[in-house]
Design a protein around this ligand. Structure first.
Ligand SMILES: *Cc1c(COP(=O)(O)O)cnc(C)c1O
Length: 401
């Protein structure tokens, strides 16, 4: 394949809606934790396409099942049974403690489903509740419902009015949450580890306050595990590390390893409130998506990838903290497993091109945070090499202060 970077950029600039400010790199091929651009240049991937490529790139097993399924049957719609949705729902139930799954095509759609199911739960009970409580550093997606529980004014303002019944409370402030919740609250929604907001794990005390607030008011608890779920933090879901059990969980990103699929997982109590026709999607949980997800979930939880996250995650943290200690521009290191944020004392934007120049892919979020979400299959040796390059990039940015 010959790809000329200038042609790619020129064609996009004419015909692709300009909603993304892209890095000046055209990626054409991947292998494990490595990506290659149109010029054949190699990059270590410490981002996984924003937490999606859990098994790395061009995984031979994933490629095999996707090709096999494509040759057999890709899609039937939800008007018919197929053998794979139940199998995937059963696996997710055993991992999450929530017995039922609704399949969709993205993280945002999983959030949208959770919000609708929470409203439907109260409607079915004959005591409708409209209010949602969300956190003030939250990101839950870009559709109007998901955006309504997303805090960032920059994302919200051009699209207002959004749902008027959302209250925001400060992250990790138990007293503020307990003061905000009432018998009007349909659900409390929280990322278990704040992702776009800068990689901030909820504290166990705050998670306990969510449980208390729900017990006090009857409100449901929706955990957004789209970024933190499925082994990323060294736990199947991070709420398990926090010692709590949500009523609804939103899953996405890593689930299909790159094949778009999301899921809303719900308790039996919530499931009992849902009727035929309440919600639906044409693609959701089709054979291709479920086959990919069954493979990814199998590799993570039965194929040793989850253990790799624990082992390499501990090593990764140690290396990252050692690097952070060397650079005066680093303020704090936060995360768990293979989900890390490096908060700087300055805007982190220049770190991204500096890292690309060193041959490593990272991302900046919440202005000052360098976000690291490597493939869950990364080895210690590759982590050392990639973090060594990040070290050099931080040095280059720090030297320009
Ligand atoms: C990415 C993300 C979403 C949105 O998922 P999409 O697949 O982009 O729709 C929602 N919540 C969190 C925590 C995310 O990281």
């Amino acid at each position: 394949m010959t790809v000329v970077m200038d042609d790619v950029v020129a064609r996009e600039s004419r015909h692709v809606l300009q909603t993304y400010r892209r890095n000046a790199v055209t990626l054409v091929r991947g292998e494990g934790v490595r990506l290659y651009d149109a010029n054949g240049r190699e990059y270590f991937d410490l981002l996984s396409g924003i937490g999606v490529a859990a098994l790395g790139h061009a995984h031979p097993g994933l490629a095999r099942v996707v090709a096999d399924q494509a040759k057999t049957l890709i899609h039937t719609s939800n008007l018919f049974f197929h053998p794979l949705q139940g199998q995937l729902a059963e696996k997710l139930a055993s991992l999450s403690g929530l017995p039922r799954a609704f399949f969709c095509n993205s993280g945002t759609e999983a959030i949208e489903a959770c919000l609708k199911f929470a409203r439907r739960y109260w409607y079915t009970k004959g005591a409708p509740r409209q209010e949602f409580i969300a956190l003030d550093e939250s990101f839950h997606g870009r559709t109007l419902g998901a955006l309504s529980v997303t805090s960032d004014e920059h994302y919200r303002q051009p699209f207002e009015p959004l749902l008027p019944t959302v209250k925001f409370v400060p992250t990790n402030d138990p007293a503020a949450l307990l003061a905000a919740v009432s018998t009007s609250t349909a659900a409390i929604i929280a990322e278990s580890v704040i992702g776009e907001g800068g990689i901030k794990p909820l504290t166990p005390a705050f998670a306990a306050a969510i449980t208390d607030a729900c017990a006090k008011s009857g409100a449901l608890y929706i955990a957004d595990e789209i970024q933190s779920g499925l082994g990323r933090t060294g736990h199947p879901f991070y709420y398990q590390a926090l010692g709590v059990q949500p009523h609804l969980v939103a899953v996405g990103k890593a689930l299909g390893g790159g094949v778009p699929v999301g899921a809303a997982l719900v308790s039996q109590q919530v499931a009992d409130a849902i009727s035929f026709g309440d919600h639906g999607t044409t693609y959701g949980g089709n054979l291709l998506a479920c086959r990919a997800a069954l493979f990814v979930v199998g590799e993570i939880f039965e194929g040793g990838v989850g253990e790799n996250v624990k082992r390499v995650g501990a090593h990764f943290e140690q290396r990252l903290r050692a690097i952070a200690a060397k650079h005066a521009i680093v303020k704090e290191v936060r995360g768990s497993g293979l989900m890390w944020g490096l908060e700087l004392k300055r805007d982190a934007a220049p770190v991204v091109p500096a890292a690309l120049a060193q041959g490593v892919i990272v991302n900046r979020t919440a202005e000052t945070v360098v976000r690291l979400l490597p493939p869950l299959v990364i080895t210690e040796a590759d982590a050392d090499e990639a973090l060594g390059r990040l070290d050099a990039a931080l040095g280059a940015v720090g030297a320009g202060e």
